[in-house]
Design a protein around this ligand. Structure first.
Ligand SMILES: CC(C)(COP(=O)(O)OP(=O)(O)OC[C@H]1O[C@@H](n2cnc3c(N)ncnc32)[C@H](O)[C@@H]1OP(=O)(O)O)[C@@H](O)C(=O)NCCC(=O)NCCS
Length: 182
């Protein structure tokens, strides 16, 4: 239920209320998970050379890799990883030192690099690559490698974004019950 939660240099991950973490996931160091988040099999989230923050009700699906960049003289803050609330991070996504707004859906196998900013209410297609420092603006679909703005999201897609997160909140509750009943 609680995955492999490890401290690094005396800093323990901070886990909110009703968070589900698969037992094969590894969470290290300065990582915080908001209430009702879920972290699925084989995720690695390593908050060692900077911090990772994950907002409430967000889901990090199977095989994702979450990491950060260290502070340096050229870049005094380095690149932490900040994920907003109600975000869906699809299977096998790589998030490195970037900022993700609220109600974003990141398609399977996407890669988002240091300093990129994804504003609220965005969909990123499966297999996309978001280069360092790129800003994806609110309300649009982005696809490709490197990503290009494809079109505005329609009302149905905008409504789906929080629904997708809510579906994962329900699913993790089912998993939590299942684990308790074994
Ligand atoms: C991006 C996505 C939302 C497209 O939805 P869509 O409604 O089919 O998009 P559109 O019909 O507007 O297609 C736009 C164009 O992008 C192309 N396209 C669709 N998905 C693409 C992708 N992932 N990468 C590159 N191009 C893509 C389409 O072929 C189309 O090309 P065309 O204009 O030359 O015909 C969908 O394909 C996707 O990748 N969803 C992610 C699902 C996911 O990974 N969920 C998380 C795990 S549960």
């Amino acid at each position: 239920m609680n995955g492999d939660i490890r401290s690094f240099q005396g800093i323990e991950p901070m886990i909110g209320e009703h968070v589900y973490i698969d037992q094969s996931a590894v969470i290290v160091g300065d990582v915080s998970l908001g209430d009702n988040c879920s972290v699925w099999p084989l995720v690695s989230a390593r908050g060692d050379v900077n911090f990772i923050r994950i907002g409430a009700r967000s889901n990090i699906q199977d095989n994702c890799v979450l990491h950060v960049s260290r502070k340096s003289s050229r870049n005094p803050e380095g690149h932490p990883l900040v994920i907003g609330e109600d975000v869906t991070v699809g299977h096998h996504v790589m998030l490195h030192g970037c900022t993700i707004g609220a109600r974003v859906l990141i398609g399977m196998s996407a890669v988002i690099m240091d300093g990129a900013i994804v504003e609220n209410d965005v969909i990123i297609g499966a297999g996309s690559l978001v280069p360092p420092g790129k800003v994806l603006r609110s309300g649009y679909l982005y696809v490709g490698s490197p990503v290009k703005e494809q079109r505005p999201l329609n009302d149905e897609e905008l409504a789906f974004l929080p629904e997708s997160a809510a579906n994962y909140v329900m699913l993790k509750d089912e998993y939590a019950l299942n684990v308790h009943s074994v």
